[in-house]
Design a protein around this ligand. Structure first.
Ligand code: ATP
Length: 921
């Protein structure tokens, strides 16, 4: 793939970002990857100190934000209009129009009131749907906003973090391993820098990057001096000047093919959508039967038949259900954010509730990631306590050890004297500083004295630099290495003892290994240090990192975080397995695992995992809860084995190479504080506080949100089933039992406007309030939901059918009783109407019985029920009743309704009792 990056620097910066590449090609302008960096800087009117804030703001105005395409946020107006354009709603408008139109026929009254009421109720319903959709959109937009990555830039000489969408051409960006490149940029300086450009080139092997310009005709893969938006730095560091942002970038030109990363529909939304459609078809079939009966048996007039049919469709087809699911998920993700879990992908809210295996790393998630070097070991076989007030005197051996730790180190000293960087490295710099061993180059974040460096990666487990001077025997240049003790030791053949370099014998090697184990048994994280005189900065990695001189060990504490032990216990009680997979040694891993309550009776190392067959690994994952010295590829294998065994796995990660594990986990969890942007980009959830406790909380919330979705799906569908069955059977039975009433007068058990009203007052606020129900107390005391169990489990289906039937039986019972007692159809209709409204309101509580929630635990729900009831009473006892064709009910009628409640409530309780025993035992 040969992508040319041409930018005409002889013109203004603004033009340069907007001139199409083809045009630049034709004119033969020099591509910027072929220019010297000074030329690039001057063409962009910037300097290595970066733009000042004012200039940056002006450029942001000129170019617009650094985002690929403008978020096509849905306008409120189109959202509002969409509420009234569904086919069913349009059909209802037609029906209402018809009921008006028939008024022109001789001898017919136009149905003004019906038409107006239908319009008003539809308006209410539409507004309600609008509020719902609008809030969901807002919540989703806020989440998208939160997910925008940061970029580190130098502006006016100071380094600062800004949102990646504020990056402008001319900005100096600073990139480290794990950072996403925010815009197309020309490299000014780089150290051991490699970028993963697979998003652009498809080539998965990272490409080496450096500041030297290259041949203008080179292919993209050879653009050594260029970093492209959308790619990631996977190793080393680089500083670069931004030459193009947004759609002006290489990624921008292919963005159309890639498409915007939009929120996909979640499996729930798909399930509920499909369900809604199926139910819709079933209901339409029933409606046709009802219509046939009305037309041919009860001789109802065709316009009324049409109105009943369409109203029933509007009232009973759960059209709004997917919207409520989306809203509940979106609001749920807001609750999760309050708990420090940022949801990047809505569907994960549902998966969270089904998680039954957590694979977590140790450093920072289970531990505080606040490291302090407390102990050191020196090759004259001295163990020294460094955090003691009466600590050791600084001697040349200790000085060389501490100096190696602070110089082979990327932590930066800030203006206030504190350090920024990887906590392991900060601990090494801090302890050295306490002993007066400073690396002057740390000021201002400099690494200026380095001749060469090979960076740390989780796989390498070591870092090496080459410097001119080092206070130890031998001539420069010197190589300095720090890393995992066994890795460093493997590369040493000599040792520095009492100021002299000696061969490293087996006995001392053995002693170093034992000391490492002893340190690790005390839960210390241990690093080894070594150096080599006469190092060749141009030597390849393996030559440079061999035949070193061992300097000693440093051990650091990293205590478990508060609350982690409790959170692990909670997870275990909730049927969730907790496994630690760490890059640290087996001993340290075991010690920390034991402290936080993870079963450390069996520990496997990454090397051992690598040697297991798939079958053996399947057995191992069931028994082993601690994996040590694992690298990201081992994590992927462990993940696969767990998923093959049917587990729903949440896996944490923070490194560059954790992206595959995070992307494939059912719930990929990245760290917000310490995680790389690459890891965050591949994750479903970002923990803003990196804390394991937050994982427990997020799972509990996920389970709660799932319960709520199930509750209102159950509530709405059982009510709708009841309504359709009431009209269907009511029409049939009416014709059979009371032919004189039903055949003669186009009689209905319930009028279309009443049905619409029920829909408005019961499906509206009460259903929504159910979505805001609190979690039940036992949410973490029950086993996880099986992986493939959707919203409609057998319990819920049984409940929907059972309640639908109970509502129909008791409703029609009280209707026909009222009809026979009063002999007045309107009274009977009002009784049924009122019974359905009140029964559905009572149902908001009975649907919560499964979760043992107190009736008073959700004030929103009580308020919504109270409001609906008040509205209904107003309808009955004010002149509005005549509009609805109902009558104010007397005490006797209320007595009938109360009577109907007895069997209805018994049915509710019985159903919960049976379901609990049959399906939830
Ligand atoms: P976890 O996977 O739980 O975060 P970890 O931090 O120990 O644990 P890695 O970051 O993969 O895992 O580190 C592996 C090992 O490499 C560490 O145990 C340590 O010995 C060594 N190490 C860690 N950080 C550095 C560093 N900055 N320079 C050199 N060696 C390091």
């Amino acid at each position: 793939m040969d992508i040319r990056l041409h930018a005409p620097f002889n013109r203004s910066v603004h033009e340069q970002a907007t001139v199409p590449r083809e045009e630049a090609d034709e004119r033969g302008d020099v591509p910027w990857h072929a220019l010297e960096s000074e030329a690039v800087l001057s063409n962009l009117d910037t300097s290595p100190d970066g733009l000042d804030s004012e200039e940056a703001a002006q450029r942001l105005d000129a170019y617009g934000p650094n985002i690929l395409t403008e978020e096509d946020g849905i306008s409120p107006l189109s959202l509002l209009v969409s509420q009234f354009t569904g086919p069913l709603i349009l059909l209802l408008f037609v029906a209402a129009g018809l009921s008006l139109a028939v008024g022109v026929l001789p001898g017919r009254e136009p149905g003004y009131t019906d038409a107006v009421l239908i319009l008003l109720i539809l308006l209410g319903n539409g507004l309600f749907g609008f509020i719902q959709d609008y809030r969901a959109e807002k919540a989703l937009a806020a989440l998208r906003e939160m997910s925008t990555p940061d970029a580190t830039v130098r502006r006016g000489g100071t380094v600062r973090e800004i949102s990646a969408d504020e990056v402008v051409p001319g900005d100096i960006i600073i990139l480290e391993a794990g950072d996403a490149v925010p815009a197309d940029a020309r490299i000014l300086s780089a150290a051991d820098c490699r970028a993963d450009e697979s998003t652009l080139t498809g080539e998965s092997v990272p490409v080496g990057k450096g500041p030297d310009p290259v041949d203008s005709d080179a292919a993209l893969a050879d653009h050594r001096s260029v970093l492209h938006a959308g790619t990631t730095v996977v190793r080393g560091r680089a500083e670069a000047v931004v030459v193009a942002t947004a759609m002006g970038t290489e990624l921008g030109t292919i963005a159309d093919q890639l498409g915007q990363a939009r929120q996909r529909e979640t499996p729930f939304e798909i399930e509920v959508d499909r369900l809604g459609r199926r139910i819709g078809i079933g209901i339409v079939a029933l409606i046709l039967v009802i219509a046939a009966i009305q037309l041919f048996v009860t001789a109802t007039d065709p316009v009324t038949v049409l109105l009943v049919a369409v109203t029933l469709a509007v009232a009973a087809v759960p059209e709004g259900l997917p919207a409520v699911v989306t809203l509940t998920l979106a609001l749920g993700s807001r609750t999760l954010l309050n708990r420090n879990a940022l949801v990047r992908n809505l569907s994960v809210v549902e998966s969270l509730g089904a998680v039954d295996f957590i694979v977590t790393d140790k450093t920072g998630t289970l531990t505080e990631n606040r490291m302090t070097v407390t102990r050191a070991w020196l090759p004259d076989d001295r163990t020294v306590e460094l955090d003691d007030d009466n600590g050791p005197e600084l001697d040349p051996a200790l000085s060389a050890l501490l100096s190696c730790g602070t110089r082979c180190n990327d932590a930066k000293k800030l203006d206030d004297g504190s350090y920024r960087g990887d906590p392991t490295e900060v601990a090494l710099v801090s302890v050295a500083a306490e002993f007066g061993v400073d690396d002057d180059d740390k000021d201002g974040g400099g690494t200026g004295d380095r001749l060469h460096e090979v960076s740390f990666t989780s796989e390498r487990k070591r870092m090496t630099i080459v410097v001119d001077e080092f206070d130890a025997p031998g001539d420069g240049p010197f190589a300095l290495m720090k890393g995992a003790p066994e890795v460093v030791l493997d590369r040493c053949d000599r040792v520095l003892v009492d100021g002299a370099i000696e061969p490293l014998g087996d006995e001392l090697r053995q002693r170093i290994e034992t000391t490492t184990s002893e340190f690790a048994d005390d839960a210390l994280r241990v690093l080894g240090f070594a150096y080599a005189p006469d190092a060749d900065p141009n030597a390849d990695e393996s030559a440079l990192e061999s035949e070193l001189v061992f300097l000693g060990l440093q051990g650091m504490t990293d205590p478990p975080r508060d609350g982690v032990a409790g959170a692990v216990t909670d997870c275990l009680n909730a049927g969730i397995h907790v496994t630690m997979a760490t890059g640290d040694t087996p001993q340290t891993a075991r010690a920390i695992a034991t402290e936080v309550g993870i079963d450390a009776s069996s520990v496997l190392t990454g090397t051992e995992v690598g040697g297991l067959s798939d079958a053996e690994l399947h057995r191992a994952i069931e028994e082993t809860r601690v994996f040590a010295r694992v690298s990201p590829e081992h994590k992927v294998r462990i993940l696969r084995a767990l998923q093959d065994a049917g587990y729903t796995v949440a896996m944490t990660g923070d490194g560059v190479n954790d992206a595959p594990a995070l992307g494939n986990a059912d719930v990929g969890i990245a760290m917000g504080e310490r995680g790389t942007q690459v890891a965050q980009g591949a994750s479903d959830v970002v923990l803003r506080d990196d804390n394991f406790v937050t994982i427990r909380d997020a799972i509990a919330e996920g389970r709660g949100i799932f319960d709520n979705i199930r509750k209102f799906v159950n509530y709405l569908l059982s009510a709708n089933t009841g309504e359709v069955l009431v009209v269907f059977l009511g029409t049939l039975l009416g014709a059979l039992l009371f032919p004189e009433v039903f055949s003669a007068s186009s009689a209905l058990v319930i009028t279309p406007v009443a049905l619409l009203w029920i829909n408005l007052v019961t499906d509206g606020f009460p259903a929504l309030a159910l979505g805001a129900d609190p979690k039940s107390d036992d949410v973490m005391n029950r086993p996880p939901r099986p992986r493939h169990e959707g919203v409609l489990d057998r319990y819920t289906v049984a409940s929907i059918i059972g309640i639908g039937v109970a509502l129909t039986g008791t409703g029609l019972g009280v209707f026909f009783y009222a009809l026979s007692e009063s002999g007045d159809l309107v009274v009977a209709q009002t009784v049924l109407f009122t019974f359905l409204v009140t029964a559905e309101l009572v149902r908001t509580q009975s649907v919560r019985l499964r979760y043992r929630l107190s009736p008073f635990s959700n004030p929103w729900l009580l308020g919504a029920v109270g409001l609906s009831l008040a509205l209904h009473l107003m309808l009955l006892y004010t002149p509005v009743s005549t509009l609805f064709g109902v009558v104010p009910l007397g005490l006797e009628a209320w007595g009938w309704i109360a009577g109907a409640f007895v069997p209805f409530l018994v049915a509710n309780l019985l159903l919960v009792w049976v379901n609990d025993r049959v399906f939830d035992s």
